[in-house]
Design a protein around this ligand. Structure first.
Ligand code: FUC
Length: 789
């Protein structure tokens, strides 16, 4: 064919393509598909297909069944156990012999001694529990169901189901209101008088008492062998028809619309007291809603949710795939061409955070707040050698800072219980948290010495306080909340670090590199975390103008901690000894902490260590558990490699096969270890943000505490790791350290425009595509930048 006909043919093809795109756009519009909703053509068969709603106190999973619907629910303080101190009295007595055995290379003996005399009492912590189910029985019917659609709208935080049967369209909406502290289910039908069903409650705990009278059902009981007593109450309001209460259920006939309100509470007051009255609490919460319409409740709920959710918008474009139901999109994602699902996943992480972690509640646990089992994986507690921290990675950068608060409240508790552990286990001041905690704030080493004695959980979590300060600039918070906890954690390590007689360096121990290699002295991760903790604690004291002696002490001690080392394979050593195995593809990448979430190994300030860390990450490979891939998405973004970061994301977005180390997403977009563990969802949301914006100091050298690291200046790297697959887009409302809010638009992989809003007056260095520029930002002012800065 001649060039001319080829060109013509191309034009025709382009036109056909254009038409195709337009048609799909129209179809999408008709279906109402958008980046912030999940939808399905069938009810959930399994729990991981049901759709989550939550208000940080109550969580629920909506199945959307037709003949029978199930709304499985949780309350965040329904746990096994009761107030208890876990420290092992006088455990510190075996500390010197354990250390000596480790210095002598006798790891097994050291572990045996630790297992005998150094562990938590009891050895394990308590578990998060299921609470119950709301069951709605519509009776088995033969009539065909058409137009079935089940949706979770992330923007309004509403789960809904809609279908038509026998000419009547039925709709049910479920919301979990944070201001009202209830879950509401609203049922409607297109034809008056056609709602007929029986509502009942089912307890997840034996021996519960379920009674119904007038318009309510009460379910009261306790968790076996625990101090927790609970009550859930379901109240019914209907228009038209009637209802009868009998044998613990409510039978509704001929109603036009019905609202069911679920309230649930326990006697848990705090980790040391179980003195609240759940019945009184429910009466109060439900009483406050008397006379209020569902519409009013819903309006207040949406306003409350959107106040947080709408702070950030992300648009990565849409394609033909956007018109498909969510479960089909997960299956097709590997084929490429569905950038919008990345947006959905990003926003889903923010949605889940708002639903599971709000001021006054418990922090998000391994499953957020959603759990249908009384023997959940890993107790659905708080594993803080990665998982709890990962949960909170997205909160500051994606503009949900107040969702961090429950974690800070937990840290206040942990500093109390961890103070006892510090003194009994280490004869040290300050506080320490090992690799897990629970509702009762256990901090002592659990399970087994080969992975339970990891000392830096509290030190890592203390960084969250400092990060909150860096993002907000809130000095009041730094003074009152952050600094005392950071100081307590740092003080512990001033006492507990030991001198390595071989070279005079300070090392941690006994400890682990999570969760491999057994009990050791001086794992790299510990040193990175402690070094960083000392740096930020000294910086905080400096800002607050307090504790000048401690500042000097921290700075001097920091310089003596065993440094990062590059090993024989060019890798960053995970341990003091050069024993890394290049074939080790373990899920934990602990020694890369200094790259992310830490920021002491940097692209331009320590290029050799940076390259070594990258080598270590290459050894670990690209597949792993869900949370591990969540971490790697962030790490590859820190390595400024958007394509690799996206490759990991792609490995993660696929149906769950069940293989324990392979990740995947369930139909409801819950991330899989497998099993379901929520950290991967949060890790990925943080990772997508990390591709678009980084605000640590990439020029910092080892042992530096630069003006940026100390919170005095800001650094913003625009589109540092933009994947080619996300070449076009727009984001608003991301936050950077230094109290800056950012909007960006890019096309064909290049920045078009960035708008910075400064909330504080500060010198801000901006980097894009290898160029750097400094502006003196004024609080309240907005700055626009193009690709040449
Ligand atoms: C750590 C991880 C596991 C799991 C558990 C909850 O122990 O090593 O993979 O995520 O936490």
């Amino acid at each position: 064919p001649s060039l001319v006909t080829m060109n013509n043919r191309r034009q025709v093809i382009t036109k056909v393509k254009l038409l195709y795109i337009l048609l799909f756009a129209a179809a999408q519009f008709a279906l109402g598909a958008d980046a912030v909703s999940l939808w399905y053509r069938q009810p959930a068969k399994q729990w991981v297909e049901a759709l989550p709603v939550g208000n940080a106190h109550l969580g629920a999973m909506v199945f959307g069944g037709v003949d029978q619907d199930r709304i499985q629910f949780n309350e965040s303080t329904v746990w096994t156990g009761g107030p208890h101190e876990y420290q092992h009295p006088a455990a510190f007595k075996v500390l010197p012999p354990i250390r000596n055995l480790l210095f002598a290379g006798k790891q097994k003996e050291a572990e045996a001694l630790a297992n005998e005399s150094f562990m938590s009492v009891p050895l394990t912590q308590k578990e998060y529990q299921a609470f119950g189910d709301i069951l709605l029985d519509f009776g088995k019917q033969q009539d065909e169901v058409t137009g079935y659609k089940r949706t979770l709208d992330l923007d309004t935080a509403t789960a809904s189901v809609e279908y038509t049967r026998n000419g009547v369209t039925f709709r049910r909406e479920t919301i979990a209101s944070y201001p009202a502290r209830v879950i509401a289910i609203h049922l409607t039908a297109s034809k008056p008088g056609s709602l007929n069903f029986t509502a009942s409650l089912k307890s997840a705990h034996n021996g519960s008492t379920i009674t119904s009278s007038a318009n309510q059902i009460s379910m009261a009981g306790s968790v076996a062998d625990s101090a927790i007593r609970f009550e859930a109450r379901l109240v019914l309001e209907q228009s038209g028809g009637k209802h009868v209460a009998s044998e613990g259920s409510l039978q509704v006939t001929g109603a036009n619309s019905v609202t069911l309100l679920l309230s649930g509470a326990t006697n848990f007051k705090n980790f040391r007291e179980v003195t609240l009255d759940p019945v009184q609490l429910n009466t109060r919460m439900l009483g406050a809603l008397r006379g209020k319409t569902y519409e009013a409740l819903k309006t207040a709920h949406i306003a409350d949710h959107q106040k947080l959710f709408r702070r950030v918008s992300l648009d990565l474009g849409s394609t033909a795939s956007s018109a498909l139901p969510t479960d089909e999109r997960i299956k097709a994602f590997a084929n490429g061409g569905d950038p919008q699902l990345v947006t959905t996943l990003f926003q889903y992480g923010r949605y889940l955070m708002i639903a599971s972690s709000r001021p006054g509640g418990q922090p998000a646990n391994l499953q957020g707040i959603w759990n249908d089992s009384n023997r959940p994986p890993w107790g659905s507690k708080y594993t803080d050698n990665i998982n709890t921290e990962m949960n909170y990675w997205p909160v500051e950068v994606t503009n949900l800072a107040e969702c961090h608060e429950p974690l800070f409240d937990a840290l206040k508790d942990l500093a109390i219980s961890g103070g006892k552990t510090a003194s009994e286990h280490y004869n040290s001041r300050g506080w320490v948290l090992h690799h897990n905690f629970d509702l009762w704030r256990g901090t002592a080493p659990i399970n087994n010495a080969n992975h339970g004695i990891w000392q830096t959980g509290g030190a890592w979590l203390s960084h969250h306080l400092w990060e909150h300060y860096l993002y907000s600039g809130d000095e009041e918070f730094l003074r009152k909340t952050a600094y005392p906890l950071m100081k307590g954690s740092a003080t512990f390590f001033i006492d507990a670090l030991l001198e390595d007689p071989r070279n005079g360096k300070l090392i941690s121990g006994p400890s682990n590199s999570p969760e491999q290699g057994g009990l050791v002295l001086g794992p790299t991760m510990d040193h990175q975390i402690i070094r960083s903790l000392f740096g930020i604690t000294a910086a905080a004291a400096n800002i607050l103008d307090v504790d000048s002696e401690l500042q000097t002490r921290l700075t001097a001690t920091r310089a003596r901690i065993a440094p990062n080392k590059i090993g024989r394979l060019g890798q960053l050593q995970e341990w003091l000894e050069d024993v890394d195995d290049p074939k080790n593809n373990h899920r934990h990448v602990s020694h890369l902490w200094g790259v992310y979430p830490g920021a002491d190994i940097t692209a331009f300030g320590s290029p050799d260590l940076f390259a070594a860390a990258r080598k270590s990450l290459e050894f670990r490979g690209d597949a792993a558990t869900g949370w591990s891939m969540g971490w790697k998405v962030n790490l590859w973004a820190r390595f400024l490699d958007g394509a690799h970061s996206y490759l990991i994301l792609q490995n993660l977005v696929k149906p769950v096969t069940g293989a324990r180390q392979q990740g995947g997403l369930y139909a409801n977009l819950f991330d899989a270890h497998p099993p379901f563990q929520i950290d991967g969802n949060f890790g990925v949301t943080a990772g997508i943000a990390e591709m678009l914006l980084q605000s640590h100091d990439p020029n910092a050298k080892p042992l530096d505490m630069t003006a940026v690291q100390s919170g005095k200046e800001a650094f913003i790297h625009l589109l540092p790791a933009l994947p080619p697959a996300l070449a076009n887009g727009k984001v608003t409302g991301l936050r950077a350290r230094g109290s800056i809010e950012l909007e960006m638009e890019w096309a064909d992989g290049k920045l078009k425009k960035a708008t910075l809003r400064a909330h504080q007056s500060k010198s801000v260095k901006i980097r894009y595509a290898g160029k750097e520029k400094t502006i003196q930002a004024q609080a309240g002012k907005t700055y626009e930048l193009g690709p040449t800065l």
